[in-house]
Design a protein. Structure first.
Lengths: 423, 420
């Protein structure tokens, strides 16, 4: 059955011979681990402790790690993970070892940076989830579209339209729920343009996505300047969703504040990730969606409505992305500003690719990217010398590394971007 | 193994007419009045949609629609009045202002005011020609360069660094600064080309990511000592030295040599694509990489060449901005010129002279949009909407336009047909 997914020979051959995927990853982590051990240990302030606090403020229970020793130990663990992978005998443990190596690398870095200061892990987790939230919605929208082979570069535009509609309708109707519904409809509006033009009129989907982003930016920008800027109280003052604390769970250290003190959008994201994952891999709808994305001709042969499936999925994606946009306005700051998504749709796209077109993977990637954002916000507070701009670049650089196949190769659904013409 | 995949592939190919035939038909379509009619209709439709938006975006007139049936005449009259006022100012800001001419004849204002709208249009046109050419060149080579934004940013940085840090004699300095801009953009474009050629990484993903990397790099570099202007507290670079600035086309007007360079660049790209061996290879690879490879051309080399040249062109667009009207680097120095290049190239149907024409149209819309914003209080974002709508209308009848040719040629090569 795997042959069904192969239309052509990929240009870059999978790594064979000595340099298999795990060996490559191992070599990278070994080098990074050694560098971390030497650099971070050398640079860490001696005698100072790096304090990690469980809660959301910098005082309270936590642990102190001597900065130099911590940086060294974590760096060595990272290097050891790399070395284990490099032997080529640990292929089965690739995922766990690579994860451990990444975590220890970050910890080694943090020991250096936090030396003499305190890092509230609870609020870091909270900031991570907050930054990741629109990315998760955006990436899930991408999963829905691209698993049925419609490329969606217009996630940015859908988030923006959702954010705008939530603020506008939320204010006019004086109801956050109305705003939420309007946001979903706003996302669907862009999705509908994408679907009709891509599926029916066979317009190049990447070109289309870019143009739809411009359209969304122009539309929301125009109406923002014309209406919201001059009459803010009339058009741009929506009610926001209150945070719901779940008793018990909310007081779990670190993840409690992040996951169980959020508003409806946080819970919705958790539910959506699980639902999309389950639906995609364990239901008839999911099987059909994947069939349409990998081999539409075969899917058509067995009676699946290829175009119908694509329409449905793209519109569903619009709902999800629109809600994601709403999380920026009625789920957070409570008002719309021009171009407020500010490239988040593109990071969502990066998360989708980095997460290999899977809901869980994309969510993990979104959390990773959210963490870099949280870190970029935290480090200047402790007087770090690392420019936050470079931390902000990290998600993008990581995605380039992923698509270039330097560390493991990512592969899109086989028919992604190809319109289907029944023949 | 192949038995299962072949029929599908063949069925897919059979649906499409042969390559050469379609290309010729597309060329005929472009050459015929059909494309012109289509473009004019698209512009008109976009302006009609824009008019609806102008009414929707006016709080006072919008309120009148609330009691439309009580006084339909007033409502419609007011709607008509704000729309004509806005579009009138759009025209006066972009092309020609009759009151300035009568004033100049009567001697109440200078002749400069008469040429001011044209000058503004040309100022906004210049970088758009470059970014449009960049996208068009990549299109013709079968690549989609979304990286114009990042390439413009690195062009701005390269041009500005040479412009204020490298004191040289006047003419030489300008040439060096333009070269710096081209190298800055070219290098960042080359990354995408090399990754595409070596690893097959899709240029769309790589260039999107490079755009954002370039953005953050710019935010970082303008605050660094040596680049940051010490006399200013905000994030702004030193001014480009006078010797590296593009000479103006008229005293007191913003238009400068940039637009002339843009036209020259269009001529150069036209020559490169249509008359040179490299250009033939680029087009061959763009139309059908497999056939090009069979014919002994290096597809990878063509990709690298195309992306580097495209990057250098967009970089020059950045140079024209920073050595022209902008003078120094700011966080938003590149504006949306890089993304607008995509719409310019699509409207220009991937042809160098088409790009010049569509850059002129979008430049005029931008210049007029400024006037419209000031005089009619209609936000300039309307121009963005109009641009996007024009391009959507152009792209929608995909079967008859050159854009379809582009999409379909991607369909031939499996690696390009995968969106990613």
């Amino acid at each position: 059955m795997t042959t069904l997914t192969v239309y052509d020979t990929p240009r870059a051959k999978p790594a064979t011979g000595f340099w298999t995927r795990d060996r490559k990853a191992g070599a990278v982590f070994l080098v990074l681990g050694v560098l971390a051990t030497v650099l971070f240990t050398g640079l860490a302030r001696s005698g100072a402790g790096a304090r990690f606090v469980w809660g959301v403020s910098s005082v309270g229970a936590g642990i102190s790690i001597p900065a130099k020793a911590g940086a060294a130990i974590f760096g060595v663990v990272c290097a050891l993970c790399g070395a284990a992978l490099l032997t080529g005998r640990a292929e089965r443990w690739l995922r766990w070892l690579a994860g451990l190596a990444l975590v220890t690398l970050v910890l080694s870095f943090l020991c250096w940076q936090v030396a003499g200061q305190a890092m509230p892990l609870g609020s870091m987790a909270q900031a991570t989830v907050k930054a990741a939230l629109p990315l998760v919605f955006g990436a899930l929208c991408g999963v829905l579209c691209e698993r049925s082979a419609v490329i969606n570069v217009a996630i940015e535009g859908q988030l923006l339209t959702g954010a705008f509609m939530a603020a506008l309708v939320g204010t006019v109707a004086a109801s956050a729920w109305a705003g939420l519904v309007a946001a979903a409809l706003g996302g669907v509006f862009i999705a509908l343009l994408l679907a009709v033009l891509a599926i029916r009129y066979l317009v190049d989907q990447v070109v289309l996505g870019v143009v739809l982003n411009v359209l969304a930016l122009g539309l929301t920008g125009f109406l923002f300047t014309q209406l919201m800027q001059q009459h803010g109280d009339k058009y741009n003052f929506p009610p926001t969703f209150p945070a719901w604390h779940i008793p018990g769970l909310a007081s779990i250290p670190i993840i409690g504040p992040a996951l169980f003190q959020s508003n409806i959008f946080g819970y919705l994201a958790i539910v959506l990730v699980i639902v999309v994952h389950f639906a995609l891999f364990h239901t008839r709808w999911g099987l059909r969606t994947r069939a349409v994305g990998e081999h539409p001709t075969a899917a058509d042969t067995v009676g699946i409505n290829v175009r119908g499936t694509r329409y449905r999925n793209v519109l569903l994606g619009g709902v999800v992305a629109g809600i994601g946009g709403a999380s920026l306005t009625i789920g957070d700051v409570g008002s719309f500003t021009n171009n407020m998504t500010n490239g988040r749709g593109f990071i969502a796209l990066a998360a989708l690719i980095f997460g290999r077109w899977s809901p869980i993977g994309a969510t993990m990637a979104a959390l990773l990217f959210g963490f870099t954002t949280a870190l970029a916000g935290y480090l200047p507070l402790v007087g770090s010398t690392i420019p936050s701009e470079f931390l902000n670049m990290l998600p993008y650089a990581a995605t380039i590394v992923a698509v270039a196949g330097l560390v493991g190769r990512v592969r899109a659904p086989a028919a992604d971007g190809q319109p289907y013409v029944k023949g | 193994m192949t038995a299962q995949t072949r029929p599908a592939e063949e069925a897919e190919r059979a649906e499409r007419p042969p390559e050469g035939g379609r290309a010729r038909r597309a060329l005929r379509a472009v050459a015929s009045a059909n494309a012109v009619t289509l473009t004019v209709l698209a512009v008109v439709l976009a302006l009609v949609l824009g008019a609806i938006l102008i009414v929707l975006g006016n709080d006072r007139v919008l309120a009148e629609y609330g009691y439309f049936f009580a006084q339909p005449g007033t409502t419609l009259g007011d709607s008509w009045q704000i729309v004509t006022d806005a579009y009138g100012n759009l025209f006066r800001g972009a092309v020609f202002d009759p009151s300035a001419l009568s004033g100049a004849i009567a001697g109440t204002n200078s002749w400069n005011l008469v040429f001011y709208p044209i000058s503004e249009t040309l100022t906004y046109t210049a970088p758009l020609i470059f970014t449009g050419l960049s996208v068009a060149l990549a299109f013709r080579s079968g690549l989609f360069n979304i990286g114009g934004h990042g390439q413009v940013i690195f062009g701005c940085i390269g041009g500005a660094l040479v412009g204020f840090a490298l004191p040289l004699p006047p003419v030489l300095h300008l040439i060096a600064a333009l070269l710096g801009a081209a190298v800055g953009g070219g290098l960042i474009g080359m990354i995408a080309g090399v990754l595409k050629a070596r690893t097959g990484a899709h240029e769309v993903i790589v260039t999107i990511m490079l755009n954002n990397i370039a953005f953050w790099f710019l935010q970082w570099i303008i605050t660094k000592p040596g680049v940051h202007n010490p006399a200013r507290s905000d994030a702004i670079s030193k001014d480009v030295l006078g010797s590296a600035r593009l000479p103006g086309l008229g005293s007191g007007l913003r238009a400068d040599l940039g637009v002339v360079l843009g036209v020259l660049a269009a001529a150069a790209v036209a020559w490169l694509l249509n008359r040179s061996t490299e250009g033939f290879e680029l087009r061959a690879v763009g139309l059908n990489p497999d056939a090009a490879r069979t014919a002994g051309m290096s597809v990878g080399r063509a990709y690298i060449l195309a992306m580097t040249t495209a990057g250098a062109l967009a970089g020059l667009g950045g140079g024209v901005i920073v050595l022209g009207p902008a003078v120094h680097l700011t966080g938003a120095v590149a504006g949306t010129v890089g993304f607008d290049g995509i719409t310019v190239a699509l409207l220009g149907r991937g042809k160098p002279w088409g790009v010049v024409a569509s850059a002129l149209l979008f430049g005029a819309l931008h210049a007029g949009g400024n006037r419209m914003q000031q005089s009619s209080h209609v936000a300039i974002d309307l121009v963005t909407v109009v641009q996007a709508v024009i391009v959507i209308f152009i792209a929608a009848p995909a079967l008859v336009t050159a854009i379809f040719r582009l999409r379909a040629t991607r369909g031939v090569s499996a690696s390009l047909a995968k969106g990613w």
